[in-house]
Write a protein that binds this ligand. Structure first.
Ligand SMILES: Cc1cc2nc3c(=O)[nH]c(=O)nc-3n(C[C@H](O)[C@H](O)[C@H](O)COP(=O)(O)OP(=O)(O)OC[C@H]3O[C@@H](n4cnc5c(N)ncnc54)[C@H](O)[C@@H]3O)c2cc1C
Length: 512
């Protein structure tokens, strides 16, 4: 039986509990080759293709989502191939901060933090301005502890519980070296141990369907050179499914400007060079549905003094709720330091110039890991001062106002309440009063694309009739809906691992 959902019912479903997306997977096993679907650009019928390679499941990408999916497929005993267009593996996942938000983990229990699914869900919805597809959020939250335990089962060590702006409690589990490569490396090792292979410099150019609209493979290029855009044509047959895990499009200036014209190339990005949207657009050409494409996140914790993500985000985020941010022109605080990313980035954009995050020696030594502090100082982006006066002189901050503001902040820390901006003063926070003092400049960069393909809870890509496109799955940042308008820090890893695993498990069940 196949039922079609009208637009009104669809929107109603999203507005109430997002149940329609969950249900869409149940209503239709796969999309029919209906007249409403135009399989056009970039596709070809089965008979016209001379395949150069064959597998049961083709995973495109090599970040958290791709590798989680590929491991699940292998563990189900199904043949899988992974392709990655870049010469190196891991995409944004490997340069990520290693922060994974989860409820009820060992680190939370040890720290005595009281948390719940409902609270994490409420935090994600609040940041997402309730644009989030609720059932997706629920799936991520309820599987978050399992995501941490799955990572641990393949050898990842989470050693610190951290607080991220926009969350109500500390629930960020950070890997030993505070980097996503701790997770990616373990995933690659596990995948290879299972006999899996990853082919780099191999790009998906288009998705191939058969006459009935089922995805049956891809056209691509091997020996692909990202700089010249050249490579050797290949055609990979996928007997069961193609899983897209190709990440976001923060570095695709044209594509991000279509959705958010202010995000010109004058704004740099924290992302790796391959964070472009061509694979997502190929799915759209098949008639896939997209969502939230113009919600593009700026990271409020990056420095104009270093390229990409750099050291400053993990310096800044470890200080929020402990240290303070100031407007160097007034010497005063200007925003809730523990607010979500949009709150803080918007406040900086409206000032129109870079601001500062400041911590004293006690706070910085307690909060910031040596790799970040030492690396940031060596790179000249985290600066150290013998006194608050010297810090003020260096950044031309009005001294009297600044010293009074630090005193005022310290009084808030001592009583545990911020009367000015309602920042969440963190447990164990101490006044900013012990030299040396550390500071870094802050200016936003393009960081995350919340929008992407609409998938159901089985990670099947839905078409414009909200029916699964046969043989096409997606997970990770290439999908949309989970984070709504604003992604909360450390929730992307959770989303990628949870839905990456689901994509692998579900695709493995497909009939060849
Ligand atoms: C610097 C940085 C730090 C971050 N820190 C955190 C954090 O600590 N916690 C958190 O939750 N989130 C964080 N994020 C966000 C998070 O890292 C990403 O959302 C996540 O890594 C996306 O994973 P993914 O598997 O979807 O895609 P990616 O890891 O980006 O992988 C996608 C891969 O697909 C490849 N690809 C793309 N198109 C094609 C194609 N056509 N053919 C073949 N291959 C293709 C890309 O080259 C890439 O390697 C951070 C992001 C950045 C940029």
């Amino acid at each position: 039986m196949q039922e079609k959902l009208g637009r009104r019912e669809f929107l109603k479903g999203i507005g109430t509990a997002g149940t329609v997306l969950a249900g869409a997977g149940l209503l239709a096993a796969c999309a029919p080759n209906s007249s409403e679907q135009q399989y056009s650009l970039g596709t070809a019928a089965d008979s016209s293709v001379e395949w150069t390679d064959e597998t049961d499941i083709l995973v495109v990408g090599s970040g958290f989502a791709a590798l989680a999916a590929a491991i699940e497929v292998k563990q189900a005993g199904v043949d899988v191939k992974v392709i990655e267009k870049m010469p190196t593996l891991g995409g944004n996942s490997t340069i990520n901060g290693g922060d994974l938000a989860a409820v009820g983990t060992k680190l939370q229990l040890e720290a005595g933090v009281s948390d719940s699914f409902e609270l994490m869900q409420a935090d994600m919805l609040k940041a997402g301005k309730n644009y989030n597809h609720v059932e997706r959020v629920k799936t991520v939250v309820e599987n978050s502890k399992a995501a941490v335990e799955w990572c641990e089962s393949i050898g990842v060590e989470f050693t610190k519980l951290n607080f991220h702006g926009g969350h109500s409690v500390p629930r960020t589990n950070t890997t030993k070296n505070a980097t996503g490569s701790d997770i990616v490396r373990a995933q690659i090792e596990k995948f290879e141990e299972l006999g899996g292979e990853i082919q780099t410099e191999t790009i998906l150019k288009s998705i191939i369907t058969n006459d009935s609209g089922r995805v049956i493979g891809i056209a691509g290029q091997k020996n692909y050179d990202i700089n010249s855009g050249q490579g050797t044509p290949i055609y990979i047959k996928a007997n069961k499914a193609v899983i897209l895990a190709t990440g976001g499009f923060s570095n695709d200036v044209q594509m991000r400007q279509i959705h958010e014209p202010r995000l010109t190339d004058a704004l740099t990005s924290t992302n790796h060079a391959g964070a472009t949207g061509e694979a997502l657009r190929e799915a759209l050409k098949l008639g896939a549905m997209d969502v939230h494409m113009d919600w593009i996140q700026l990271g409020p914790w990056t420095s104009p003094d270093e390229p990409g993500f750099g050291y400053t985000p993990q310096f800044c985020e470890r200080l929020v709720g402990h240290g303070l941010m100031v407007d160097p022109k007034t010497g005063k605080r200007f925003v809730n330091e523990t607010g979500d990313r949009k709150v803080r980035a918007d406040a900086m954009l409206s000032l129109g110039y870079s601001t500062l995050v400041i911590g004293d020696d006690v706070t910085v030594q307690r909060q910031v890991i040596p790799r970040i502090l030492e690396g940031g100082m060596a790179a000249g982006v985290i600066l150290k001062f013998d006194s608050l006066e010297a810090l003020a002189d260096n950044f031309s901050i009005p001294k009297e106002e600044f010293l009074a503001e630090v005193q005022r902040w310290n009084s808030f820390v001592e009583k545990g309440t911020d009367d000015d901006f309602a920042a969440l003063i963190q447990t164990g926070a101490t006044p900013t009063q012990t030299a040396p003092y550390y500071a870094a400049k802050l200016w936003p960069k393009v960081h995350h694309t919340m929008g992407g393909l609409v998938t159901n809870l089985k990670a099947q890509v839905l078409n414009q009739n909200l029916e699964p496109i046969c043989g096409l799955y997606a997970a990770g940042e290439v999908t949309g809906g989970t984070h709504g308008a604003v992604r909360l820090g450390s929730c992307a890893v959770t989303d990628c691992i949870v839905f990456g695993r689901i994509a692998g498990q579900e695709a493995a069940k497909e009939q060849a």
